[in-house]
Design a protein around this ligand. Structure first.
Ligand code: AMP
Ligand code: ZN
Length: 469
């Protein structure tokens, strides 16, 4: 499989330390608010990547952090504390906010068929690991204490900026964000490993450390959580494109300084989802969530379909018009599949392999899901029989996760239900009443009349089933 690597800026074969095993780290959500559908685009594409690697035969170990401490509104250690801001907004404690929004995040993921990673770690659960890494960085001379905080000294590295997509001067913390500088820093790009002198007097979460009572910076969590589960190397690290700098740049700096060797060779970044006005932001008031899509009558999987129709390395623009088109296309796809369900064909294995080869070619080419969706339509239009088409769709859906067969079945069942004549439905109701009244003779007579009209009735624990004879 050829996968674009942001570090080398080219498509390349994914190389793993252990053959057949991928150790994959994905930066998780900051749980101070609902995830917006932009955040979820990133998680969805990472989910597709994980599933395609599994489909291709890899054993995938996937790790995700949950940021419940240390993330300030500017990724460059300035601004408000996001968790504290969320807690104040809702008059709750930070941990209450963290629990609520972690659950909400996974509920959104479930609606979008995003698989839960195998290893999930809240940042507050690894304080001893951060203290250990920071102590080693201080010992090795890569960190310094200033003004009560501990900072990483970026000047100690031969190469701090590891992704070359931007000009260095654009990347300097503070300069880029247009926020206040920190006089304690020796170099502009230095970043906080441990805060003791917090500007937030009401900071709720603090721990004892060799440098005083305080809390970790945001970046350190991903290095430590990755090493806790994956050890000293990773094969693949993922996130949204905004994570490239400073977050991933800082993760690499501290991880490699701590380990004394290279850490992760392959970096996968998902481009942003924007709305028509530009960047999506949670501070703008109402923002786009999965619940909002549902309130407006859209199914979360139609949003998944919308995202899959575009390549992860292209910025995607959301509009209600685009969403409407995606919903219509998704519904049509289900109808086409529903129409094939009732068949007596047998699967043609040779044809199936031939059709699936096109799907694999698309996905092997830098996870080209847009092309994979085209392949799906090509399969529907092909001369293969219905059983073969359905077998291909079931296979592809292990990766795309659009619940195509299940939802097509539900659609077919609904269609059947709506075709039941009113006369039969009336008799079914009368039979229900008769059974309730324990008038079994009458119930039997009603069943006979239903049968005479060509319908069969079965009472199951799940309810009444009416099928054509
Ligand atoms: P956060 O909860 O802010 O830490 O962000 C969670 C993930 O969403 C990170 O991997 C971000 O890079 C990613 N992200 C943030 N904004 C967007 C966006 N508009 N589109 C796609 N991904 C995003
Ligand atoms: Zn991270």
């Amino acid at each position: 499989m050829q996968l674009y690597n942001s570090m080398t800026r080219q498509k390349e074969e994914l190389k793993t330390v252990e053959p057949g095993k991928v150790k994959m780290y994905t930066c998780g959500p900051t749980v101070y608010h609902f995830a917006h559908i932009g955040n979820l685009r990133t998680y969805m594409m990472e989910d597709v990547l994980e599933k395609y690697l599994t489909y291709s035969g890899y054993d995938v170990m996937r790790i995700m952090n949950i940021t419940d401490v240390g993330h300030l509104t500017s990724d460059g250690d300035t601004g408000d504390d996001k968790m504290l801001k969320g807690a104040k907004r809702e008059h709750k404690t930070v941990m209450e906010i963290a629990k609520f929004y972690t659950d909400a995040f996974f509920s959104d993921c479930e609606k979008l068929c995003i698989k839960k990673p195998e290893y999930i770690q809240p940042a507050t659960g690894c304080i001893p690991e951060y203290i250990n890494m920071i102590s080693v960085l201080l010992e090795k001379g890569y960190a310094y204490e200033a003004g009560g905080n501990v900072y990483f000294d970026t000047s100690k590295l031969d190469q701090y900026y590891r992704f070359h997509d931007f000009r260095e001067e654009d990347l300097e913390v503070g300069v880029r964000e247009g926020v206040e500088g920190d006089a304690n820093k020796r170099n502009k790009a230095d970043f906080v490993l441990w805060f003791t002198k917090s500007k937030f007097d009401d900071q709720e979460l603090k721990w004892e450390s060799p440098w005083g009572y305080g809390y970790p910076g945001w970046h350190i969590e991903c290095s430590c959580i990755s090493m806790k589960f994956a050890g000293e190397t990773l094969d693949l690290h993922c996130g949204g494109i905004d994570n490239v700098f400073p977050h991933h740049t800082n993760e690499i700096a501290q991880s490699e300084a701590y380990l004394g060797h290279a850490w992760c060779p392959h970096w996968f970044h998902v481009l942003h989802l924007n709305d028509e006005t530009g960047k999506m932001s949670k501070s703008k008031g109402e923002f786009l969530t999965v619940s909002l899509l549902e309130e407006k009558g859209f199914s979360p999987l139609a949003y998944r379909f919308f995202c899959l129709q575009s390549h992860y390395r292209k910025t995607l623009v959301f509009s209600w018009e685009n969403m409407k088109n995606a919903q219509t296309a998704y519904d049509k796809l289900l109808s086409k599949i529903a129409a094939m369900l009732d068949n007596n064909d047998t699967v043609d294995d040779a044809k199936k392999s031939e059709l699936l080869a096109a799907f694999k070619a698309a996905m092997d080419n830098d996870l080209n899901t847009a092309q994979a969706v085209t392949v799906l339509y090509d399969i529907l239009k092909s001369d293969a029989n219905a059983a073969t088409k359905l077998a291909c769709i079931a296979d592809i859906d292990k990766v795309l996760s659009l619940r195509l067969i299940e939802n097509a079945k539900a659609l077919a069942d609904n269609n059947t239900a709506s075709e039941i004549p009113a006369e039969v439905l009336e008799l079914v109701e009368q039979r229900k009443e008769a059974r309730k009244a324990k008038d079994f003779a009458q119930a039997d007579a009603l069943r006979d009349r239903i049968t005479a009209l060509g319908w069969q009735i079965r009472e199951t624990r799940q309810g009444t089933e009416i099928t054509k004879l």
